[in-house]
Design a protein around this ligand. Structure first.
Ligand code: ATP
Ligand code: MG
Length: 407
């Protein structure tokens, strides 16, 4: 992509009304724009990052056998009355009026929609197990929406729902999802600092699990067992003050960002919606359910919180909007031609390149913008590079000069 064509611009200053690192950097670099607290537009470069994160998650969910669907974001009141959540979580629901006195809410999660949906296809034990998922915008009236993408009032979520004949089968799938989640964190370069964290399971099961990325700016408190690479969250530490795996009391307190969670719902939602199946003996039983969430937009914010320096963002290659940032710092027609040829040849090879072909900014401004944008590999052509190209990874201060043809 040609940078001169990008309709967004980088900003000279950080936004004064943002407290969080992720929002400050993402807004200044032109990845996102703030409409109101917790509500953001994803601009061209930002949408590329979000889409990459979502596609990594999508690939891993597909590989785990989950079937993608897309449910509505606008939900009739009746579904939420059935579970009692129209009233019990009313403070986070954005409620609206429809025609002729009908009432709706914008979906904060989808158990109320997916359970009656699958009821139309589940009759016998032969119809189970299966799992469906979607990647969608969710709406929650969060009181403290001050952490940029970490806590949106409109935000992105990947939500899987699984359906089983019995608890053992649910548990087996739960473990499979846990493994799929580990692969997602690894591909996002968060594997080494993301911990499976014991959390409370509500009234229906002993535990659920959160995935917490250790980060100073995280709102959650977790207690790590470095040896087992596990953690327990703040609610659980009251009853479980040792590692659930090795029993060690040597737990280290850290701040974390909850990037995902897996939850054995069991029959919490199959009961109110009467989602049953006939077992081998011809008896009607309630379907066992699990739900599994990941926050792609929160992950984008988390990656910035973890990977930045004073000059800007440092994207891991798997989610960077482009791998290469090609800069022409010369006014010389010959150098410009070399830059254009390099751009064309990289594109031909299938590389993702942002080419700073702008004529206005000074070389210093271009270099500053490149650091702020944070693409993994900077390629510079200037009067000094004399027919060669200077290569500099964003995450190191080392540069090397190479023949243009070698790229
Ligand atoms: P939190 O405790 O941080 O509010 P939650 O327990 O409400 O999270 P879930 O309802 O389980 O979260 O949602 C699944 C995933 O969606 C979370 O693990 C998180 O990654 C993401 N998520 C939840 N709320 C938000 C939000 N307000 N903004 C961005 N992402 C969110
Ligand atoms: Mg919440």
């Amino acid at each position: 992509m040609l940078q001169s064509q990008l309709f967004t611009k980088t900003k000279k200053e950080f936004a004064k009304d943002e407290e969080s690192i992720n929002a400050k950097y993402l807004i200044r670099a032109g990845y996102i724009d703030k409409l109101a607290a917790g509500i953001y537009t994803f601009l061209p470069l930002g949408l590329r990052v979000l889409t990459k994160i979502e596609n990594i998650i999508r690939e891993e969910m597909n590989a785990a056998g989950c079937q993608e669907i897309l449910m509505p974001a606008l939900h009739p009141k009746e579904n939420w009355v059935t579970t009692g959540r129209w009233d019990s979580i009313h403070e986070i629901l954005f409620k609206l009026e429809g025609a002729r006195g009908s009432e709706f809410t914008l979906g904060p999660t989808h158990e109320e929609i997916v359970t009656p949906l699958v009821k139309q296809s589940v009759f016998s034990y032969k119809d189970l197990p299966f799992a469906v998922y979607q990647i969608q915008s969710k709406f929650r009236n969060e009181v403290r929406a001050k952490s940029g993408l970490l806590r949106g009032r409109e935000f992105r979520m990947k939500d899987v729902y699984s359906f089983h004949t019995d608890e053992q089968d649910l548990e087996k799938f739960y473990e499979q999802m846990s493994k799929a989640y580990e692969r997602v964190w690894a591909r996002l370069s968060l594997g080494a600092i993301t911990y499976k964290t014991f959390a409370s399971g509500g009234s229906f099961s002993k535990y659920s699990h959160e995935y917490q990325t250790v980060c100073e700016s995280g709102e959650d408190e977790i207690y790590l067992c470095e040896k087992c690479r596990l953690a327990v969250n703040k609610e659980i530490i009251a009853e479980q003050d040792s590692c659930p795996e090795c029993g060690s009391k040597n737990l280290v307190k850290k701040n974390g960002i909850e990037v995902g969670n897996i939850f054995p719902l069991k029959t919490k939602y199959s009961e109110p919606f009467k989602l049953t199946f006939q077992d081998e003996k011809g008896e009607n039983r309630l379907v066992q359910m699990g739900c599994y969430g990941i926050g792609p937009s929160r992950l984008m914010g988390t990656i910035v919180e973890v990977y930045h320096d004073e000059a800007g963002i440092i994207w891991p290659e798997s989610v960077a909007p482009f791998k290469y940032h090609l800069l022409n710092l010369s006014k010389d027609a010959k150098v410009k031609k070399q830059a254009e040829e390099l751009y064309e040849s990289l594109i031909k090879k299938g590389a993702e390149v942002l080419y700073d072909d702008r004529t206005e900014p000074t070389p210093g401004e271009k270099l500053k913008d490149a650091d702020l944008l944070g693409l993994p590999v900077r390629l510079v052509l200037s009067d000094k590079t004399a027919g060669q190209v200077e290569i500099k990874p964003r995450n190191s201060s080392k540069t090397e000069l190479k023949e243009i043809q070698s790229l």
